[in-house]
Design a binder for this molecule. Structure first.
Ligand code: HEC
Length: 237
């Protein structure tokens, strides 16, 4: 009797999972989930599964074109790097585009597309080859050496404030961000880094902090200061 009940409970549980999966396309949790699915599909052999991430309401020609662009991106990806070590670093929306920022072996790359308010894909994919990728690689190194000790892993905040949460005590623009890194904040342990870093290193670490915005970070320090809704300029289209 007891085991029968457990069986039924288990079946109900499995059914819930199956129905959840089939309606998945309509109930996405976040853009991050879309991003993670995207790279899983890119790394698998089931390319056509990308159709589950596309808004079902768009016309068949557009869907076909998105699928084709995805196949091209996939080929581009795996001609240059291995299949297994891709990770989603963050997702950034800018100028009507959505950029999926991926990392592999401490390097970066971007897949650009368009997403709707349900976080479903509505535009073609493109692999973006940008000089920002090299800047970010340098930025990550500088961050680890000079900033990590106070601002924590991926800017989640420690002695210094959280740098990844769209909230700022002193920053309202791109200029403010680079200026506080250059000049520091008098009377605090945030020293002026222009004495210790080259201009291109300051630019690189500034860019790295820009792409941290909105990154999912467990146990992050709570936000301080004002929320800045407008994203920083990262990609110039
Ligand atoms: C010794 C600790 C320490 C180090 C190292 C450090 N910071 Fe800071 N940083 C702070 C503190 C503390 C504040 C907040 C100052 C205040 O509240 O007045 C701050 C503030 C900031 C701010 C402004 C945040 C805001 O909310 O407006 C930015 C941006 C920043 N730091 C970036 C960096 C970068 C980039 C590096 C590495 C190049 C770095 N910091 C290294 C301690 C540090």
């Amino acid at each position: 009797m007891k085991t029968q009940k457990t069986h039924i409970a288990l079946m109900l549980f499995l059914l819930t999972i199956v129905s959840w999966q089939t309606t998945w396309a309509w109930q996405q949790k976040s853009l991050f989930e879309t991003g993670r699915r995207l790279i899983n599909i890119a790394a698998s052999n089931n390319t056509e599964e990308i159709l589950n991430l596309i808004d079902p309401k768009i016309d068949i020609d557009t869907k076909a074109s998105i699928l084709e662009s995805f196949i091209q991106v996939k080929e581009g990806l795996f001609n240059t790097i291995g299949k297994n070590n891709l990770e989603l670093f963050n997702v950034v929306k800018q100028n009507k585009f959505t950029y999926f920022i991926l990392t592999y072996n401490n390097k970066f790359l971007f897949i650009r597309s368009k997403t709707n308010d349900k976080n479903l894909i509505v535009g073609n994919f493109a692999l973006i080859d940008s000089k920002i990728t090299q800047q970010l690689e340098l930025g990550r190194k500088i961050y680890k050496m000079k900033c990590y000790s106070c601002h924590g892993k991926y800017g989640k905040g420690m002695i210094g404030p959280n740098l990844a949460d769209f909230h700022w005590k002193y920053v309202k623009s791109d200029e403010d961000l680079i200026n506080i890194i250059k000049n520091g904040k008098k009377g605090t342990v945030m020293i002026p880094y222009k004495s210790y870093l080259k201009p291109e290193e300051i630019e690189a670490v500034t860019m790295y902090i820009k792409v941290l915005q909105g990154k999912e970070l467990p146990n992050a320090k709570k936000p301080e200061g004002d929320e800045i809704k407008v994203p920083f300029v990262i990609f110039k289209n």
